[in-house]
Design a protein around this ligand. Structure first.
Ligand code: HEC
Ligand code: HEC
Length: 231
């Protein structure tokens, strides 16, 4: 399941998905001449004009082989893109392109995309309805639903719905991902990564890591089953 395959990158989106921090990141510039390149923070700021869903749709044809037609995934290990909030899609493509988020496949794909392409793709996928519910074990799903909607006070677990919304559709302005009908194999893997990967050495809101910390492997299974079959 690749639970230790990646580390660190999850923290960067959390840090930068906060709009205020986005804004301050735009002011960063490379260190003065002579400083080692490694010291320069990666430039994750995109420059683009009003995005075009029509151009995004044309570009999305090259994604369909893996992510499904219109971004509706039919492969459990590949996340769907349909219905995703644009800020999240843009940021993930940016960190793949900057080689901060691992995935040989997606780093290659993103390396061929301009800032404008990224913005066009993100706005296109956001116009698409999320894919249909995946099949899920009813008992597992019920347990996941209770955790997602209500949290667990005794274990200090905040309800996922507080951030992702009762319908799981996320929030564009805060960079909160839509998780509605997320492909189950990918969903379980990403939940493990949020919970299990080592902390990244920068101050950041750490939303997902804190949310998942009290949870067991069975809880993650239940949550992945629930979010994959939300409606
Ligand atoms: C060869 C298969 C393949 C192609 C082609 C491909 N992707 Fe991906 N994509 C993946 C896989 C697999 C992942 C999951 C990566 C991981 O985390 O391991 C992914 C992840 C993503 C993510 C992150 C989703 C999330 O929920 O975090 C985005 C965004 C994305 N791809 C966009 C695109 C776009 C846009 C295109 C077309 C321009 C594209 N991909 C083409 C296989 C592919
Ligand atoms: C405090 C707010 C907050 C809470 C609570 C929260 N999340 Fe998240 N979640 C986020 C943010 C922000 C992101 C985007 C992270 C990023 O940019 O990498 C995210 C991302 C995700 C993703 C990745 C989506 C993808 O396509 O890769 C999943 C899955 C997820 N959350 C599930 C959950 C579940 C299940 C819970 C409850 C146990 C939960 N979240 C609780 C804020 C939250």
């Amino acid at each position: 399941m690749g639970q230790t395959r990646r580390f660190g990158w999850l923290a960067i989106p959390l840090l930068l998905s906060v709009p205020v921090l986005w804004a301050s990141a735009q002011g960063t510039s490379p260190p003065p001449g002579g400083a080692p390149a490694a010291a320069a923070p990666p430039n994750l700021t995109l420059k683009f004009n009003t995005p075009s869903a029509a151009r995004g749709q044309t570009l999305s044809r090259s994604c369909a082989g893996c992510h499904g037609a219109g971004g509706v995934s039919t492969q459990a290990k590949v996340p769907g893109l349909a219905g995703q909030v644009p800020s999240y899609t843009r940021f993930q493509l940016t960190v793949f392109r900057a080689k901060l988020r691992p995935s040989a496949v997606m780093q290659g794909v993103a390396s061929r995309l301009s800032d404008q392409n990224i913005a066009d793709l993100a706005v296109y996928f956001a116009t698409q309805a999320p894919g249909p519910a995946w099949a899920a074990d009813p008992a597992l799903r019920a347990r996941g639903a209770a955790l997602f909607q209500g949290g667990d006070n005794e274990r200090n677990m905040i309800a996922c719905a507080v951030c992702h919304g009762e319908d799981g559709r996320g929030a564009d302005r805060q960079g909160i991902a839509s998780v509605t009908n997320l492909a189950p194999g990918y969903g379980l893997e990403i939940l493990h990564e949020f919970r299990d990967t080592p902390r990244f050495g920068v101050p950041h809101p750490d939303a997902m890591r804190i949310a998942l910390k009290p949870l067991t492997d069975d809880d993650l299974k239940a949550l992945a089953a629930y979010i994959s079959s939300m409606k």
